[in-house]
Design a protein. Structure first.
Length: 177
């Protein structure tokens, strides 16, 4: 097991053209499903599709459940068959989460910007650190709305529930809108 040391920010969604212009940028479509887990932990499987190559990778992740700067994490790559088998263990009442991740290097760190279908104007930016005290800078073009590192309402599992509500609202809208 390793430690995940990560800061998370709610940001104003940067223009796609600006994201595409970042040197070393990658774009990945993610499907994330939460599984049953032992108390105090969360387990998830993720299917990641590289938007440029179409390559698909699957992972199984287990990490401590609480939100915060430091979490214990175990992640391993799994086969597509293992991924599909693990879907049988999905956490009841928690739907799959769909997002697009833009990732690029900046000032010695990897910047990851997660875009969700229910947010057009906002996104979540993550930066992984080697220690809680490590200094980092964000691109000046990024407008930070809030530090959400410790906000349990903006963890991906909570966002999966928000996405389910958004999808219900979309189904209720008349087709001509």
């Amino acid at each position: 097991m390793s430690l995940e040391i990560e800061r998370k920010f709610r940001i104003k969604m940067p223009p796609k053209a600006w994201l595409r212009s970042r040197e070393g940028v990658s774009v990945t479509s993610l499907v994330q499903c939460y599984l049953t887990a032992r108390p105090g932990w969360e387990r998830r499987v993720r299917q990641a599709t590289n938007a440029l190559t179409g390559e698909v990778r699957c992972t199984l992740t287990e990490k401590t459940e609480e939100a915060g700067l430091i979490r214990t994490e175990l992640e391993k790559e799994i086969s597509q068959i293992e991924y599909e088998a693990l879907l049988e263990e999905m956490l009841p009442g928690t739907p799959a989460l769909y997002k697009v991740r833009w990732a690029f290097p900046y000032a010695g760190h990897a910047i990851e910007i997660d875009c969700y279908p229910f947010w057009e104007e906002e996104a979540i930016l993550e930066v992984e650190l080697s220690s809680p005290e490590e200094a980092f800078t964000l691109p000046p073009e990024i407008k930070v709305l809030a530090d959400v590192t410790d906000d349990p309402n903006l963890k991906n599992r909570a966002l999966a529930l928000a996405m389910a509500e958004w999808e219900k609202d979309q189904e209720k809208m008349p087709e001509n809108q």
